[in-house]
Design a binder for this molecule. Structure first.
Ligand SMILES: [Zn+2]
Length: 429
């Protein structure tokens, strides 16, 4: 199929005509389709990865939409693999249950429930549960653990099945899925149908402001179609009869927001923080095209600085490996143009990713035992949001002279290799 067919003409939230993109990371493979050795000769699917600003509702979004079936049918990301996520969702479920204290037997529906981590936390809080997830492998895993999960997209048919067997939902959650769905207008319509009038819809997503302020362009990959700011979200919710009543900044993915929405006129009180954040966005210029032009310029500068460091290290005969192969690693590696000549291998602790390759760049993914046996002079921590866990795990390699760097922004001006390295290094803790 022609890639042009994937190009979006209209805004995903408000149907306004979209302008040209303000940041183009190039044509890229799918970040979560990690090829095996036998796939390396085949041509990988590629699609432009670039961002557009809707001048009307201010939603930042991808210029193209890759069909979901190409991306989500066998998802390798398993949320239970890290302790950070387990603690995160235990606290999440407790918070949700606390807000539903008047409900005797609440039903929780989780969209994109993955292997059922949040479902199990809801269950621990005494709630009835149903998950919905299109990835057959993860769905099977969840059901085997007794966590009822429908192997489907969250569509009208899913809603009808849940209504028939379980009734209306008191909470519907979607974590890191709301920003991942192209046809988000039908999702909110289906939420409206399934949600009890006094229930709420809670979503967690990487916040646009975090990406802009901290230059986290590695949040950009094909699955992540919307880069949500509160103005765009508030406008979108209002259009479908919902209102935002609370916002909780959370640390996952380096700065996400948990946003609570209810049907207009429902009884959850509106927190002051909602208007405060909306005002802050306006004051920071998030409703202007200039803010996004400036962001794009700074992203290109980070790439230039980091690649200068890499070429100087290679010229000095240093070896480099990477740690962590999440989607963001694929974005960084392919946007920077890192090659297997520069980065020998990337370590990942998820066995589903081992013995595969980083898409596009084809750098091999290996278990951490490989790093122990063949340490490199430098380790680039691509999964920088877990830098603390990772450096605790492999910090002893510093004694062998291994140095850790992060492939992202640091404001210090860098002139020499030494100062470039300083700009990207991870301090010993
Ligand atoms: Zn729009």
């Amino acid at each position: 199929m022609e890639i042009d067919a994937f190009k979006k003409k209209l805004c995903r939230y408000c149907d306004s005509l979209l302008p040209e993109s303000f940041l183009d990371l190039g044509s890229m493979p799918l970040a979560n389709n990690l090829p095996r050795k036998e796939d390396l000769d085949k041509k990988e699917f590629e699609c432009p990865l670039s961002l557009v600003h809707c001048p009307s509702c201010h939603l930042i979004q991808l210029s193209h939409a890759v069909p979901a079936d190409l991306m989500f049918s066998h998802y390798l990301y398993v949320s239970s693999t890290t302790k950070t996520f387990r603690e995160h969702f235990a606290a999440y479920a407790k918070d949700v249950r606390g807000r539903l204290k008047n409900e005797k037997d609440p039903l929780a529906v989780d969209i994109g429930s993955n292997d059922g981590l949040l479902l199990s936390c809801y269950q621990n809080e005494g709630m009835r549960i149903v998950g919905v997830d299109p990835a057959a492998n993860l769905c099977k895993e969840a059901n085997e653990k007794g966590l009822t999960t429908l192997n489907r997209y969250f569509d009208e048919e899913s809603v009808n099945l849940i209504l028939k067997d379980f009734g209306k939902a008191h909470v519907i959650s979607g974590n890191n899925v709301f920003a991942h769905i192209d046809d988000i207008q039908s999702v909110i319509k289906n939420v409206d149908k399934l949600l009890d009038d006094q229930g709420f819809f809670v979503i967690e997503f990487p916040y646009l402001g975090t990406m802009l302020e901290e230059l986290l362009f590695d949040m950009i990959y094909h699955e992540h179609v919307s880069y949500i700011g509160l103005h765009a979200l508030s406008h979108f919710a209002g259009k479908f009869g919902f209102e935002i009543f609370d916002i909780l900044p959370v640390a996952s993915h380096g700065g996400s927001f948990r946003v609570f929405m209810q049907k207009k006129g429902a009884s959850h009180p509106k927190a002051k923080i909602v208007d405060e954040f909306l005002t802050a966005e306006k004051n920071k210029g998030y409703l202007t095209a200039e803010a996004y032009q400036a962001f794009a310029g700074r992203v290109l500068k980070v790439k230039e600085d980091f690649m200068q460091l890499v070429s100087e290290l290679k010229a000095a005969g240093k070896s480099i490996s990477g740690y962590g192969a999440p989607a963001k690693a694929s974005t960084i590696i392919n946007f920077y143009g890192l090659t297997p000549d520069q980065v020998d291998y990337v370590v990942d602790d998820n066995p589903l990713k081992q013995n595969r390759y980083i898409p596009g760049a084809h750098i091999p993914i290996v278990p951490s035992s490989h790093l122990e046996a063949h340490p490199t002079d430098y380790v680039v921590i691509f999964a920088w949001n877990f830098a603390k866990e990772i450096t605790q795990k492999i910090g002893h390699l510093r004694q062998k002279g291994v140095q850790f760097i992060i492939p992202l922004f640091n404001p210090r001006q860098a002139q020499s290799t030494e100062s470039l390295q300083k700009a990207f290094e991870v301090a010993a803790s």
